[in-house]
Design a protein around this ligand. Structure first.
Ligand code: DLL
Length: 449
């Protein structure tokens, strides 16, 4: 048992869920990774024409993978490749073995779709259970899942892991803050899982409503799906009287539970018995040494539905292979500090400026000049889209404009899955750029949080 420094009264259990795999020697772990990599490579080569072609283009065959470092000869996979093969073109398992589909937003139009076999769902549940044990969880816990349920992997992914652990899952999904706080108190939630920004919002709404979090059994938070900082961690820990830990993941690779922070809080352990991690220079594609900042590239080595080789996550981080104070041998990734593309994360939802553009172009009643203005109102992200009106529209009746605003807003809600505000601005007021257009004004200063 260790005591949370912020919560002297609330002890967090320190344990392993799967000690054999979590504390494997590096040598054994790398042996296991190589075996699993070879199997995965053979499987995708056989099952997916896309891979066969990509291997041929690189002049390699599955048999060329003889050591772990040979992974560097494999082709990269990009989000665009999933879209080009929409919806199921990159699946390695036939549809009769797929039991779940999830999707995440693409840069425009179609999302990237992922499929899971029974085994994939079971492995995922194990990795979430492993993550929850890292946060001190066990079967006695009541775990409130306030990640969104649906196509997003956060809600259902975490849900199955809580059940696998044998704890009680409270499947709240996101939003409905007053109800979240009521049930948290009435049921005695012990672990909260949601985005860090929503957790801060819950904390502040709770405090404003007179809740004394010190008196609640809540003792840990498992927060992720968007970038956050040490500063946000201290706020969450002191406001909610918990230990707050980071969970990382992405739908293409699995969902939450690709990596999870332990109580040593020195970065998140990437679950290397299921994923191989590399850091590369995003411009050259060359591998970078441990400790150096670059783009995280992940290869799945146990997935059946849609295994991915060398997936370019676009997330910027660093890797640290040294053994951790917690005893786990899996290497750690430091907090994601940014992305190599223009994807924004608004209230945990991925948004690409190009998605907004394609909606505006569909309407054709506005100019193709727009700006995404992202702000943080209180603890919640706020997205306002400034759209330039054409000269003709500018002189239209207010009623007419209100109608157009509502149509655009509804369409954006269905495409992006979040509510946005639309602000029409006068013709020629959005600054033009001479180079690459700057479509985003991000006023959130995370470092202040
Ligand atoms: O966000 C899966 C997830 C759900 C992770 C719940 C953790 C908790 P996607 O919607 O595909 O999947 O978005 C993946 O979100 O590439 C990162 O840019 C960002 N992201 C996820 N977790 C973190 C984190 C889920 N802990 C994208 N810190 C990723 C920073 C994160 N960014």
């Amino acid at each position: 048992m260790i005591q949370s420094p912020k919560s002297p009264g609330k002890k967090l259990r320190m344990a392993y869920y799967d000690p054999e795999h979590e504390t494997m020697t590096r040598e054994k772990l790398e042996q296991l990774q190589l075996e699993r990599l070879k199997t995965t490579v053979k499987k995708v080569y056989r099952a997916v024409p896309f891979y066969k072609k990509a291997f041929r283009d690189k002049g390699i065959e599955p048999g060329d993978i003889k050591s772990l470092s040979d992974i560097r000869n494999l082709p990269f996979i990009y989000k665009q490749d999933l879209r080009d093969n929409y919806p199921f073109g990159l699946f390695s398992a036939p549809l009769d073995r797929i039991i779940r589909l999830h999707a995440s937003s693409g840069t425009t139009g179609k999302p990237s779709v992922v499929g899971y076999t029974k085994k994939d769902i079971s492995n995922w549940a194990d990795l979430i259970a492993r993550s929850l044990v890292m946060a001190g969880g066990d079967k006695n816990d009541i775990i409130q899942v306030a990640f969104g349920y649906g196509l997003f992997t956060g809600g259902l992914g975490t849900h199955y892991g809580v059940e696998r652990l044998g704890a009680a899952v409270l499947p709240m999904s996101g939003g409905n803050t007053a109800r979240q706080l009521m049930l948290m108190q009435d049921f005695g939630t012990t672990i909260l899982a949601c985005t860090p920004s929503y957790a801060l919002f819950l904390a502040e709404e709770g405090i404003a409503a007179g809740i004394d979090f010190k008196k609640l059994p809540l003792r840990a938070g498992v927060f992720g799906a968007e970038p956050w900082t040490e500063n946000m961690r201290s706020q969450l820990e002191s406001k909610m009287d918990i230990t707050a830990l980071d969970i990382y993941g992405l739908s293409e690779i699995m969902g939450p539970g690709v990596a999870m922070e332990c109580q040593a809080k020195q970065g998140s352990h990437i679950f290397e018995d299921h994923f191989i991690a590399e850091i590369i220079d995003p411009d050259t594609g060359e591998a970078l040494p441990y400790g150096q900042r670059g783009e995280l590239v992940l290869t799945t080595i146990t997935k059946e539905g849609i295994p991915l080789l060398r997936y370019r996550t676009r997330d910027i981080s660093t890797l640290h292979p040294e053994k951790c104070a917690c005893g786990r041998t899996h290497m750690r990734m430091k907090r994601v500090t940014g992305r190599t593309d223009d994807m924004l994360i608004i209230r945990g939802v991925n948004v690409f400026p190009s998605q907004v553009e394609s909606v505006l172009l569909e309407f054709g009643e506005t100019e193709p000049h727009y700006l995404l203005v992202v702000d943080r109102k209180g603890d919640l992200d706020d997205l306002e889209i400034w759209v330039e009106l054409s000269e003709k529209m500018f002189f239209d009746e207010v009623k007419q404009l209100e109608k157009l605003e509502s149509r655009i807003r509804h369409k954006l809600l269905s495409v992006l899955n979040i509510n946005v505000k639309i602000k029409f601005v006068e013709p020629r007021t959005i600054p033009r750029s001479e180079g690459k257009a700057n479509r985003v004004m991000d006023r959130r200063d995370l470092m202040k949080k």
